[in-house]
Unconditional design. Sequence first.
Length: 367
Amino acid sequence: MGKILNFFRRKKRDNKSSKHLLNEVERYLDSLTHTPPPLSNEEYAEMRRKQVEWLESHYNFNTAKGIQSIPVSKYLERPPFGGVTGDVDYYLRFKAKEHEAVGNLDLAILCLKKSNEIRALRKIGYRKSDYLELVRLLVRVGRVEEAQKEKAKIDAFFGNASKDVEIGHTSSKIQRVLKQAELFNTDLVIMSVHGCSCPECAKHQGRVFSLSGKSKIFPKIPDAFYAYGAIHEGCRHTFYAYIHGVTNPNLEYTLSIQGLKKSKKIKDIVAFSNRPFIDDRPPELIKQAEEYRAKNAAAEARQREYENNIIEIELERVKNQQLYKTLKSALPEVCPKSFNGFMRMKKQNTKNYQKLKMLAKEKGIEI
C-alpha cells in the first residue's frame, strides 16, 4: 500500500490538472491504511484553538473590508491540520454567529454572504437550510427585499436538491468514480455501506462490482450507476475504486450493518458480492430501517415547509418578538420569563395566554 501511496504522490506533482482528484485518491488510500484514534475533548479543544489562531492570523473576519477581501475560491488556504472546522467557509459561519450575538449584524450578514459564495463553488454537502441562514438574518434586521432576492438566488441554485453536493451531481459523480478507477488502473469499484438503507440499496451495498462486466469473480455494476451515479435517484451511496488483494473491504463492518454473520457462504468479499441480489437483512432491521426513513421523510417535509416559507415565518417571528418585548415591559408579573415560553402558551392558547390577552387589552395592547 505504501508503494501505491508514493506512486500517487509522485503523480500529483507531475500532473497539476489532476491535483484535486489525486488529493481525494490520496486521502482515500490513507484512510485504508491509517485510522487515527479519536481526539479527547481536551485534544479537540486544543486543535480548534490552533485552527482559530491560524485562520485569524491569515484572514480578517472582523471588518467589512476584511471580510469582503476574502477570495471566493474552491481552494482557499486553510490550517494544515484538523477537519472541516478549519475551512474558511465554515469559520465564516462561526464568525457570523459571533457577530450576531454581540449585535454586529452587518458583519454577520457579510460573513454569511461570503460563506454562501464559497460554498456554492465547493459543493461539498451543505444543506439548503445552511445557505438560508443569510435570508433569516436579513429578515431579522428588516432588509426584507434583499432577503427575497437572496432567497430567489438560493432557490434557483438548489432547484430540487436539498444539499449543494447534489447539484449537477449525477454526471460529476459518475465521472469521479470512473476517473478514480482509471487512476488506480482498475475495473473494480466497491459500494459504500449505510445503516437504515432502502430495500433496493440493501441488495447492493458493500459489494464489489466490475465496471465493464468482464471480471471473472465480481458481478457487473448495475445499469442504474450510469443513470444516477448510484442505485436510484436521490441515492446517497457512492462507489470507490477497488484493488482486489490490496484494498481492505472491512467485511465485518458491512456484515454488521446488514445484520449478517460470516459463514461458509459469506466467507470473503468475493462470496459476499456474489450472493443473491435480495434484501437479506433480518426482519427487525428491515422494520427499523422503514421506521427511520418514515421519520426522516416527515422531518424533511417540515424542513421544506420552513424553507419554502422562511420569509413569512421569520417576519411573524420578528413580530412576535416585538410583541413579547412589549408585554414583558408592561406586564412582567404575568408574562412568561422566556420568548419560547410565550410562543408555547400562544400556540396552545392556554388559559394563562387568554388572561395575558385580557390584561394587555386593558393597557391598550392588542394581541
